[in-house]
Design a protein around this ligand. Structure first.
Ligand code: DON
Length: 306
C-alpha cells in the first residue's frame, strides 16, 4: 500500500528543485511553459491510482514515444532483424541528439537516442505517414487507457520547422544505408510521434503495462509480448535517461524513460507504473523535479532493483 501522504511528500520534495532546471527551448514551443509545474501519478498493479499536483496537465510525450515506436517496429520487423541490422542495444554516454558516433559505427547505438529512434521510425509499416501515425495513435491510446490522445499541432510544427539537427542525423543515416524510405516522410512521422499530448496519468498507465509484463492490469488484455516488455525495461534501465542513465540507476534503480516535454515513465516491475511531469530539465534533458520525486519514492517504497 502506498499512502497519499507519501506521494504528497514526494511532490513537495521535488518542488524544491524545479528552480534549478529550465524547459527545453531548442523546440521553441516547449519553452512556453511554467517551469515550476510538477505532477505525479502511480498506477499500482492491484488497481489503485494515486495522483498529486499537475498529474492531469497535458505535455508532449517527446522521447517517451520511443517506447511505443520501438514496440511497433519490433512487431513489424522482429527483434532479430531490428537489433542486428538497424540499431544496437548499448548505452552511448553521449547526449540524446549526438551525431559523433554515427561515422565510426554506422548503426545507432540504441533505439532511444534520436538517431536510433529515427531509424526505428523508418521501420514501422504503413502505406504513408497518415497510416503509420494512425497505427501509433491507436496503439498509444490502448497503452495509456485513454481514447483522447491527440497531436499537439503547435509543438509538431515548431519542431518540424526547427529540427535541423534531427534532419542531419536522418540524412546521414540514409547515406549510410541504415534509414529506409524517404527521409522527410520519416522525419515527419517521428516529429508527429514526439508531439502527442499526454498526462502523467497516461504515462503511469503505460508504465503499469510494462510493469505487468505487457498486460493491461485493469482489463487483462495483452498489449505487449512479455519478451518485448522485458527488452524495453532492460533498455530503459541502461539507456532510458541517456547520459544520465548510470546516475539514475544508482540513485533510483528502476527502468525509466524521459522526454524533453518534462515527462518520465518509470516501471517498478510487478508492483506499479509511475508517471511524472515537470518541464524544468537538467543539463541532460531529463526532468529535474521528476527525478527527485522518483528518488524519494524509490527510497520510501524500497523499490530500487539494487
Ligand atoms: O527529437 C527531439 O529532439 C525531441 N523530439 C525528443 C527528444 C527528447 O525528448 C529527449 N529526451 N529527454
Amino acid at each position: 500500500m502506498i499512502s497519499q501522504n507519501c506521494l504528497h511528500d514526494a511532490l513537495s520534495y521535488g518542488k524544491c528543485f524545479t528552480g534549478l532546471g529550465r524547459p527545453a527551448d531548442y523546440i521553441p514551443e516547449l519553452a512556453r511553459v511554467n517551469k515550476h509545474q510538477l505532477g505525479v501519478c502511480i498506477v499500482s498493479l492491484d488497481g489503485e491510482i494515486l495522483k498529486e499536483g499537475a498529474y492531469d496537465r497535458p505535455f508532449t510525450i517527446q522521447s517517451i514515444s520511443k517506447l511505443v515506436s520501438l514496440i511497433l517496429a519490433l512487431h513489424d520487423r522482429g527483434g532479430e532483424y531490428l537489433f542486428q541490422d538497424k540499431v544496437g542495444v548499448e548505452p552511448t554516454g553521449d547526449p540524446f541528439n549526438s551525431i559523433i558516433k554515427l561515422e565510426t559505427r554506422t548503426r545507432p547505438f540504441n533505439p532511444f537516442i534520436n538517431a536510433g529512434a529515427i531509424t526505428v521510425a523508418s521501420c514501422i509499416e504503413g502505406k504513408d505517414t497518415e497510416e503509420r501515425f494512425g497505427r501509433f495513435l491507436t496503439y498509444i491510446r490502448h497503452l495509456c487507457n485513454n481514447d483522447e490522445i491527440y497531436l499537439n499541432e503547435n509543438v509538431y510544427l515548431s519542431e518540424k520547422s526547427t529540427g535541423d539537427r534531427n534532419r542531419a542525423l536522418a540524412y546521414y543515416l540514409k547515406a549510410s544505408g541504415i534509414l529506409e524510405g524517404d527521409v522527410e516522410e520519416c522525419l515527419d512521422f517521428y516529429f508527429r510521434m514526439c508531439s502527442v499530448d499526454v498526462t502523467a496519468l497516461d504515462i503511469a498507465n503505460l508504465s503499469a503495462v510494462l510493469a505487468n509484463h505487457g498486460t493491461n492490469p485493469f482489463t487483462g488484455e495483452n498489449l505487449i509480448e512479455p519478451s518485448c516488455a522485458k527488452a524495453l525495461r532492460a533498455l530503459m534501465l541502461t539507456c532510458g535517461m541517456y547520459d544520465g542513465s548510470g546516475r539514475f540507476a544508482m540513485k533510483v534503480g528502476f527502468p525509466a524513460k524521459s522526454g524533453v516535454g518534462g515527462g518520465i515513465a518509470a516501471v517498478v516491475v510487478d508492483r506499479m507504473g509511475i508517471g511524472v511531469y515537470g518541464p524544468a530539465l537538467d543539463e541532460k534533458g531529463n526532468s529535474i523535479g521528476g527525478i527527485k520525486i522518483l528518488e524519494y519514492l524509490a527510497k520510501k517504497l524500497d523499490c530500487s532493483l539494487f
